[in-house]
Design a protein around this ligand. Structure first.
Ligand SMILES: *[C@@H]1O[C@H](CO)[C@@H](O)[C@H](O)[C@H]1NC(C)=O
Ligand SMILES: *[C@@H]1O[C@H](CO)[C@@H](O)[C@H](O)[C@H]1NC(C)=O
Ligand SMILES: *[C@@H]1O[C@H](CO)[C@@H](O)[C@H](O)[C@H]1NC(C)=O
Ligand SMILES: *[C@@H]1O[C@H](CO)[C@@H](O)[C@H](O)[C@H]1NC(C)=O
Ligand SMILES: *[C@@H]1O[C@H](CO)[C@@H](O)[C@H](O)[C@H]1NC(C)=O
Ligand SMILES: *[C@@H]1O[C@H](CO)[C@@H](O)[C@H](O)[C@H]1NC(C)=O
Ligand SMILES: *[C@@H]1O[C@H](CO)[C@@H](O)[C@H](O)[C@H]1NC(C)=O
Ligand SMILES: *[C@@H]1O[C@H](CO)[C@@H](O)[C@H](O)[C@H]1NC(C)=O
Length: 450
């Protein structure tokens, strides 16, 4: 039996290539006109395939075989008479096909890369994983390919992640992961990316934080609400999940007065604000696992409202029986510019408010004199403030009593009368004395005439 010099190699997972030496004439027993190749998979030996070739051929490639499968094959030479004794069976395994691991993900930090993956589909044929990494400057321009050393690490079959440490910050890396077995390395999954810059937070996000939104516009909607609208950042570097709005009264340094709201749309109605108050607003974008910086602030004031508290410190003092001085201070919460104060007063507390007498003063006046009152009477007063939106509440009622009228004498008039009377008496006395001296009888007569 002639021993064929057969060589068998796999060039791909589905191919086997045979090459052989042509038979010498002493073995051929005639001109070789053809060859026959028989083959079958070892697990299906009853299904035999045969191929016939011309006698001048010395190689043939079996195609469309199954990967990772043992085949047996033999060759026989034939003359015009017929085929001779075939060669012995030769066994050969097609190449194991190990797909690349799926879902290769890398979380980058300043000096580490946490590499995670899922097993390759043909996991059962894998006896372990290999991971290699090297510095890979973008475009390969700045560094020669050979200058960056490739490090390869063998990992267990069960390994699903590996932490690469001691890397250079802000440097491009290439990471490959592939399964292998005794015969062969599988296809590699490849990742390329950068380690974080040194100033990014060490425990911070893997990706760069999203940029703040643009074109932020605030519009007062009422005395307690402001509409805030914005647009997506001009450059989207990270998928934005939602936005955080910061709202604080302008110039506040008190952190407990700063409020935060979340919106997943491009607008929000901020409610529960204070009337006629200046607010500072800013918006930031939130990515999956990173929050961006806040935008610059925009400012807006809520609209004015009626005063929510009455004027303070109402004071009354009776000036005389017909006039009272009323004074007050502005309300604690004016909610706008006070344009007027109204002063209401009455003598009868059970009278409805519209029947009280009233006075009005400008918003910058804080006292007034009420005249034309009756003496010896109790008066009840209250004061209210108004903005251009409307009147606020009145202060609580205070009372005052005017004094009784007193009729005082004119000192000069009284003095004049007394002086006059005295002068008259003196005249009478003088006349009487004069008459006595002349004649007692006449003087008596004179006295009577006077
Ligand atoms: C074998 O012979 C055939 C027909 O003469 C020819 O077409 C073919 O190219 C030859 N093959 C080789 C490998 O010489
Ligand atoms: C790396 O990622 C894996 C999977 O997410 C996680 O279990 C592991 O704790 C991470 N290691 C580090 C150091 O972050
Ligand atoms: C895994 O290998 C088997 C056996 O070779 C093969 O039949 C199968 O198609 C492979 N799996 C995938 C997902 O290709
Ligand atoms: C306030 O918001 C409501 C509800 O969107 C809207 O109908 C109304 O026109 C707004 N008012 C102002 C003054 O913007
Ligand atoms: C900050 O504001 C809160 C709530 O209005 C208040 O209770 C607190 O006293 C304020 N703190 C300072 C330091 O002003
Ligand atoms: C906003 O997005 C962040 C990050 O994804 C998330 O944690 C948070 O629950 C979201 N908030 C709302 C109100 O949707
Ligand atoms: C006080 O006003 C009430 C209601 O107008 C009225 O019934 C009552 O007679 C008034 N009292 C006096 C003393 O005028
Ligand atoms: C004051 O009295 C006048 C006349 O009765 C009335 O028209 C006006 O509305 C009153 N003003 C207030 C603030 O009550």
């Amino acid at each position: 039996v002639y021993k064929y010099q057969l060589s068998v190699v796999s060039t791909s997972p589905t191919d086997i290539r045979l090459t052989w030496q042509p038979l010498s004439s002493q073995h051929s027993r005639g001109a070789i006109t053809r060859y026959r190749i028989d083959y079958s998979a070892l697990d299906q030996m009853d299904i035999m395939f045969s191929v016939e070739l011309r006698g001048n051929e010395t190689q043939f490639t079996l195609r469309e075989l199954r990967p990772n499968q043992v085949y047996r094959l033999r060759i026989a030479a034939g003359t015009s008479v017929g085929f001779g004794v075939p060669s012995e069976w030769v066994q050969h395994q097609t190449i194991v096909l190990i797909f690349a691991p799926s879902e290769l993900k890398v979380r980058s930090r300043v000096s580490t890369l946490n590499v995670t993956w899922q097993p390759s589909p043909n996991h059962t044929m894998v006896s372990g994983y290999k991971l290699s990494y090297r510095e890979a400057e973008a475009d390969g321009t700045s560094k020669q390919e050979g200058s960056s050393k490739t490090h390869t690490i063998r990992l267990r079959k069960k390994a699903r992640h590996h932490l690469l440490t001691g890397l250079v910050p802000d440097r491009q890396y290439e990471v490959r992961v592939w399964g292998f077995n005794r015969q062969k390395d599988g296809e590699a999954a490849v990742w390329k990316g950068r380690t974080d810059k040194i100033y990014s937070r060490p425990s911070g996000p893997s990706s760069s934080p999203p940029l703040p939104p643009s074109s932020i516009q605030a519009t007062a909607n009422s005395s307690t609400s402001i509409w805030l609208r914005w647009e997506k950042p001009r450059f989207i570097n990270v998928r934005i999940i939602n936005y955080t709005v910061r709202c604080s009264p302008a110039g506040t340094t008190n952190a407990s007065l700063v409020s935060y709201y979340t919106s997943s749309s491009l607008e929000i109605l901020l409610g529960g604000l204070k009337p006629f108050t200046h607010y500072e607003l800013a918006v930031r974008s939130n990515g999956e696992d990173s929050a961006g910086p806040f935008s610059g602030t925009v400012e807006e004031s809520t609209l004015p409202d009626r005063p929510s508290t009455p004027p303070q410190e109402l004071q009354l003092s009776a000036l005389d029986s017909s006039s009272v001085l009323v004074s007050w201070r502005p309300p604690l919460e004016p909610n706008g510019i006070i344009c007027s104060y109204s002063i209401l007063f009455t003598v009868n507390l059970s009278e409805p408010e519209h029947q009280w007498r009233n006075l009005s003063e400008d918003g910058d006046i804080f006292s007034t004199e009420v005249n034309g009152l009756s003496g010896g009477t109790w008066y009840f007063f209250k004061v209210g403030a108004s903005t251009k939106v409307g009147p606020g509440p009145f202060s609580s009622v205070m009372d005052v009593q005017t004094p009784l009228p007193t009729y005082e004498l004119d000192v000069h008039a009284v003095t004049g009368i007394i002086v006059g009377v005295c002068l008259g008496l003196i005249c009478i006395l003088l006349c009487m004395c004069f008459s006595f001296r002349n004649s007692k009888s006449r003087s008596v007569l004179h006295m009577v005439i006077i």
